[in-house]
Each structure stands twice: as C-alpha cells, then as structure tokens.
Design a protein around this ligand. Sequence first.
Ligand SMILES: C[S@@+](CC[C@H](N)C(=O)[O-])C[C@H]1O[C@@H](n2cnc3c(N)ncnc32)[C@H](O)[C@@H]1O
Length: 268
Amino acid sequence: MTLNRPLIPGRAGALLAELGDRAVCCDLYDEVGAPVYHDLAGQDTHEVRELLTLVRTVPGPVLDLAAGSGRLTMPLLASGRDVTALELSGSMLKLLTARLAEAPEALRNRCTPVQADMSDFALGREFGVIVLGTTSVSLLDAPGRKGLYHSVRAHLAPGGRLLLSTVDLTAGDQAPTETEVEFTADSGRSYRMFEYWTPGAEARTVTVFPAVIGGEQVDVCTTTIRVLSADQLEEELRQSGFAVCSRRLLPDVGARHHSVLIEAEVTA
Ligand SMILES: C[S@@+](CC[C@H](N)C(=O)[O-])C[C@H]1O[C@@H](n2cnc3c(N)ncnc32)[C@H](O)[C@@H]1O
C-alpha cells in the first residue's frame, strides 16, 4: 500500500525530500514493507532466549501475537510447543506461511497461522502462554490495548502467563534524537534504518531506505511506534485484571534502547 507522503522528521525526512517523486512511501508491514521487515528481523535474536526461558516454565500451547513473519514463532515451534501465530497483515502472514512450508513437517504441523487483530480476537480455545514480543504492544492505541488485555484474559488457561515486551527509551541528555544504522541482511540487500525520537515525545518514527539508491523508484518504508513505559503497561495490566509476576531488563538494543520483558497472570 502506497502511503501519502508522511511527515518524516530529521535526516530521514531530508533524504526523502531529496528523492522527490522517485520515493514511494509504504508501511513497514504492507506488501512492499513486509519483505523489508522480514529482512531486518532475519538477524535479530533480541529477546528470543529470555522469552523461551520463561515459556518453558509454563505448560500448554502458545499464542504468538503480532507474529509477523515468525521471528519468535519459529524458535517457539523449534522448542517443541504447539503455536498459534496471530497476525493482522496478510503480507506478513504470507511470509510466515512460506517459511513454514520449508520447515520440517513435524514442526509445520504444530503451527496454526491466523489472520486477526490482536486488539479483538476470539479463537475459541485457551493457551498456557501468550507472547507479545518485539515491543509490538506499542502499535496499539489506548482503546486497542484495552481490547488486547480483554482478549488475552479470555484466552489464558488457568495458571497461564502473558509475556509482553516494551522499550523504555532513556530520556538522558546524551541520547541522540536520531540514530542511523546501515546493515546487510542475509538476503544480501543492504538498508539504512533511521529512528527519530525526541525525549518525552509520545512516539518514535522508524524509516528504512535501501542503502544503495538506484533506478527510477525508491521504496521507503516507515512506521510510527508509541513509546510506552513498563510502569505504564504494568498499571494498565493491573487495571485490566492482571497481576505482574516479574519484570526483566533485557540486553540493550542500540544506543538508547532498554527493553523490558513483563510477565503477568490473570488475577482471580
Ligand atoms: C514489530 S513487528 C513484530 C513481528 C514479530 N513478532 C517479530 O518479532 O519479528 C509487529 C507486527 O505486528 C503486526 N500488527 C500490527 N498491528 C497488529 C494488530 N492490531 N493485530 C495483529 N498484528 C498486528 C504487524 O503487521 C507486524 O507484523
């Protein structure tokens, strides 16, 4: 889906302006953006080990919310669990289905991909663990998060756990407003990824360009992500009938990212 020219701040915005009409803006999870996101996620092992460690402590099937192309789904399956992978974007789900088609049959047969909205779903079954990783909770607005907590409650088996990650950005003076990372994915394609956040702002903007600009059309993928602190999420969880069992600081990602993994259970 081509976006109307979005307002992109900082150096990414300047680069977009330089490209003029050659730039075609798209969402990071649509049919153009999904393969780019998949490429970005390919080398990203962030939070996987910590999530698997917690998942192992609770029996039963796993629901992976906002599963994307399976960055967390695949290791969860590899650990021997039955996994339902819920994802809104048909383009992302297609990538996951393609990955599953190449996986061993025994693993593929334990996965159920579902296209649905994590803020309002009804799967008609319960799960031992519900995972919402990669800080994807920040893609939902406040009513969306309320719907998420409600749906999660309805799908957790007795004794089940919700595992939720978020990124606390430091508001320190040293934190740069904009970061830029250039890297080459396993596919061989190279990207320049910009992230813009002003300390205190409610959202950050991530924009991805090809590292080498050539040809007539340049696909520029962008997404805006809310900044939700662990304190805020824990308070929301309590108000929605959850008790927080643990909060773990995860290894840092980049200069100013402090990821936090929250483990919660339904209160009686
Ligand atoms: C940051 S990606 C995470 C994907 C995957 N979990 C990973 O670790 O790579 C966020 C995903 O959430 C999906 N998404 C966004 N809004 C959603 C919603 N309301 N319900 C379900 N999925 C959603 C996007 O399409 C995208 O695939």
